[in-house]
Design a protein around this ligand. Structure first.
Ligand code: SF4
Length: 145
């Protein structure tokens, strides 16, 4: 028996999950109790068979030459580097656009921490699109530059 808290909605039902005989799909049949709605049973099945998490982290920005005001033109796209007078954080917060399989989170974080973002960056920019072919993107959650 495993006990879980459903995180699908704020009610947070306490779930109990009992593993039974192997089913046709090769996995034990799971009996879920304590859920107030069917979403809790789906959550428990996923959590036990293939747990996933949304990943949040930060990405370093490219450390280039400081750009003069003239080189940034009309305020449009800036080339790589730190705009003159930019004193903001040297890292951009990012998150995955959807949950990532838990066993892949270590590799994902390693790639995020090796990635360097060129400014400017806008909220929602895809930093690592379709990471590892999983259909999830790593996106910026804050604009900079
Ligand atoms: S089982 Fe249903 S009601 Fe309970 S926390 Fe999960 S989603 Fe919410």
């Amino acid at each position: 028996m495993r006990n879980l808290t459903c995180i699908v909605c704020p009610i947070g039902c306490s779930l109990s999950v009992e593993e039974g005989e192997l089913g046709a799909d090769g996995f034990p049949v799971l009996t879920v109790t304590g859920n107030r709605c069917p979403r809790g049973a789906v959550y428990a099945q996923e959590e036990i068979r293939s747990p996933k998490r949304v990943v949040t982290a930060t990405c370093a920005i490219v450390e280039g030459p400081v750009l003069s005001a003239a080189s940034s033109g009309d305020g449009g796209t800036l080339p790589a580097g730190r705009p003159a007078g930019f004193t903001g954080p040297r890292r951009v917060p990012v998150k995955t656009s959807g949950p990532c399989p838990r066993e892949k989170i270590g590799a994902l974080l390693k790639e995020i921490y090796q990635t360097r973002i060129t400014l400017p960056v806008r909220v929602g920019d895809k930093i690592l699109p379709n990471w590892d072919g999983l259909g999830i993107d790593v996106v910026a959650v804050r604009g900079l530059g």
